[in-house]
Design a protein around this ligand. Structure first.
Ligand code: F6R
Ligand code: MG
Ligand code: MG
Length: 366
């Protein structure tokens, strides 16, 4: 059976700062999807990561379907009203346009979707980050699909040995979708030079070359490209299929043990370590740490099993401690050099404006 998985997520308000949505806000989203869903959806799951709430939906309408996007848009619009009533912080933060125009892309909420023929057993992972941007997935997805140090299947499983096709988006281009497709292993180094610049080039999707099947999709929206100014970090989501012709669930998780440095944390403007966190985790220190959650799940005839928390296992406690230490190490350096995000990534205008003023006062000594 051909099935579509859609994840649409947004931050429409949170308790205590940019920390976590209120229970009532999440219930409002759930109630809307529950009521409006049966006519459109096979199944759904609601989860939250930091201050973002994600709606995972299964259906048969294909990607970019207007009614599916409207269902999520309306749920977030209703939740915005509740956020205003409750006086939540950042009510409606990711609702950047007033009227729905057929698709949530370019309107604030993040989304990623994939359509495929269901395998007899269809395991996949839904990843969600808070306080970072879509490029945060470059490192783990590149290594999970292209590096035998993490994905031993590239050496051991003949299906995977032919490699993967990566579609990479130039997220600085705002006139439309500027993309490039690169095949690994042949174009490994070409891919590497793009992905090393995660604020500019972002993995949008990955395909298994053995079967042509979609393997992974990432939300690539850049909020400041939509709004023209800082409106919060993009806080990406990703769907990754696992096992058989795809990397195993453990191989996909393996690169997250690095706790790589990403742009994010406080005011979306720092470099901090990406901490693998448990489901529905809250945000705290320095408006961080930047977190990623991973839920494992199976879908059969469009119906989901329960979500299992892939980072709720003793191994990840050590990685959380490592991420904490890495963040503390770079935090010691405050805003100096590489501790603060590159100039064009600073989400607030203070530094840039100050430099403009200072620029006028510079003199050239004769
Ligand atoms: C980062 C984030 C926070 C805010 C910070 C200031 O993505 O959401 O770090 O940037 O708390 O928020 P405002 O400007 O809303 O007071
Ligand atoms: Mg927020
Ligand atoms: Mg957020």
């Amino acid at each position: 059976m051909k099935i579509t998985l859609s994840v649409i997520k947004a931050d429409v308000g949170s308790v205590g700062g940019h920390n976590i949505p209120s229970k009532k806000l999440v219930e409002t989203i759930e109630n809307h999807v529950k009521k409006a869903g049966p006519r459109l959806l096979k199944d759904y799951k609601i989860s939250h990561t930091g201050d973002d709430t994600a709606i995972l939906m299964s259906h048969t309408h294909g990607v970019d379907h207007k009614d599916i996007h409207k269902l999520a848009w309306d749920a977030f619009a209703k939740a915005t009203e509740v956020a205003k009533e409750q006086g939540l912080y950042g009510a409606g933060q990711d609702i950047l346009k007033t009227a729905f125009s057929g698709n949530v892309r370019g309107m604030g909420p993040g989304s990623c979707e994939m359509e495929f023929e269901e395998r007899p057993a269809e395991p996949f992972i839904i990843f969600a980050c808070d306080k970072t941007d879509p490029g945060a997935f470059n490192y783990p997805l590149f290594r999970g699909h292209a590096d035998p140090f993490h994905n031993a299947g590239l050496l051991l499983a003949p299906d995977m040995a032919v490699g993967f096709e990566f579609t990479v988006m130039d997220v600085n281009y705002t006139e439309g979708d500027r993309i490039i497709k690169l095949n690994v292993p042949e174009e490994y180094y070409d891919l590497a030079v793009l992905l090393r610049d995660p604020e500019h080039y972002v993995i949008e999707s990955i395909k298994a070359r053995s079967t042509g099947d979609v393997a992974a999709v990432v939300s690539t929206s850049r909020l400041h490209n939509i709004a023209g100014k800082y409106t919060g970090k993009d806080d990406p989501v990703a769907l990754v299929r696992t096992q058989k012709q795809f990397p195993s669930t453990g191989e996909i998780l393996s690169p997250f043990a690095t706790a790589p440095y990403v742009a994010g944390g406080d005011r979306g403007s720092h470099i901090v370590a990406l901490m693998p966190a448990k489901q529905n985790e809250i945000i705290s220190l320095f408006d961080g740490p930047t977190i990623v959650t991973a839920a494992g799940i199976c879908v059969h005839n469009g119906i989901f099993t329960e979500l299992v928390d892939l980072f709720d296992q003793p191994f990840w406690d050590t990685i959380r401690a490592k991420a904490t230490q890495k963040t503390l190490d770079i935090r010691d350096q405050g805003f100096f050099g590489c501790a603060m995000a590159p100039m064009e990534e600073l989400e607030y205008t203070g530094v840039v404006e100050r430099i403009k003023d200072l620029d006028k006062k510079f003199i050239i000594r004769k």
